[in-house]
Design a protein around this ligand. Sequence first.
Ligand code: ATP
Ligand code: MG
Length: 501
Amino acid sequence: MIKIGRVTVSLEQREVYVEDRLLQVGSRAFDILELLIRAEGQTVTKDEILRHVWPKSVVEENNIHVQLSAVRKIFGADSQVIRTISGRGYRLTIPVVTHEPVGSCATAPAEQTVAASLNGLPVCHAPLIGRDEAIADITRALKGAPIVTLLGPGGIGKTQLGIAVARSIAAAAGMDVCFITLASVDNAQSVVGTVAAALGVGRADGDIPLQSLVAAIRGRKLLVLLDNCEHVIESAATVCETLVQASADLRILATSREPLRTRDEKFYWVAPLETPEVHASAQEILACSSVRMFLAQMNALNTVVEHDRGSLEMVATICRRLDGVPLALELAAARAAVFGIRKLVSELDDRFQCLTGGRRTAPARQQSLEAALDWSYQLLSVTERVVLQRLGVFAVRFSLEAACAVAACGKLSRNEVTEAIVGLASKCFLMTTFDSKTKEYFLLETAREYALRKLYESDEADEVLARQATCLAPDYEQPYGRVFGVAALGVEPLIEAVAGR
Ligand SMILES: Nc1ncnc2c1ncn2[C@@H]1O[C@H](COP(=O)(O)OP(=O)(O)OP(=O)(O)O)[C@@H](O)[C@H]1O
Ligand SMILES: [Mg+2]
């Protein structure tokens, strides 16, 4: 282990800790950190960095700045630890101390901890981007609550974040981890069996009493990562509540597109990755986590994106219009690697047609952007589906009043619309504002396009658009016009509308 101020680095494991907390550091940032450490205070030139970190590609110097700012972030307030030597390169300003592992993060060699405790937890080879703060927040939440649920729409990164938190807790607190995915469980009865099999007390298809699970976890300091609960939410909630009431040493980190709604549960809404503002500078664009993720994906596909103003603005538009959702960005990068970013930008209005090239090994619901939404849509009630398609006409934030004015028609009363809005918000289709006295709602752009598709497939599109125009004309005359629809709205106003939220 190597110590630099408050930071501990394992060059063998490629792990970085700050006060016992495992940080997620990108592989390029780690490569630069390693170079600086090995230089023992000598200056590392930019050429050396380019040769070491990007041995096979020609990239611009800007890439160094981006990676270097990630390395500086590791040191937080001590960011002066890395000094820029003008025109030449960088060097560490404080001595590097090599020492034997001490403290809780290193009481056992990291590999031993991994083998002993990360039962079934997938290994992530690529670093998580932009989630350090979330990992710290969720870890903290798990100290105070037995169940923490990571919530968010499909592909926002719940599973990956859960895995990173579990790894970090296992490393820092020596807690056993058990990863259980419910994604392929198709009926409520199989939930107990699936959990039992993962805990080693039965077969997934067996008829296991809940009490056997209780016996299996009692006395164990255990973190269960229960992934993809939304489609079997009630059974998952029953299992979670029963288990945490039986053992004070158990922690459950659940991921779901909807809250479990159990006793003592804390919710953590997984936010999209940061997206650049409309007039952001090149540096600001490159610093955004969604942009870093998109570029990392392009890079992994051996495609270099130029860092000229025009290209960066196109990347910024892609990230913004895909709402900073990692799965969408991954699909977009796969498309752009074949057809280029300019074509991708022109296709964003038709995103469901073009974002279809998911990884062959990804679950079916992550093979395309549409499949990701279909998975959630099929869990909606009939009323929620109707209200969602009607709400698609809102391109900007709207109040409950406005929603009722547009959506309470036909057979739907205001009360039913209100209830459906609560359902849509809790199922992560509708986003709500946190900061206003009066709650307002909005649809992310992809969800809105999906809702509009459903509206146009129905026979009520004309009626709903007419209601929207007549009920709300005074509020919506400026600046976006009265008639909403992807075509009528165009790209730029929508970008501004999203940015202005
Ligand atoms: N912060 C991140 N940095 C890099 N890649 C990410 C990040 N978050 C997610 N991804 C990638 O995006 C894709 C979707 O992530 P993930 O499977 O965690 O989403 P999810 O919210 O669990 O989706 P679902 O609701 O379908 O289960 C994955 O391929 C994952 O590797
Ligand atoms: Mg998931």
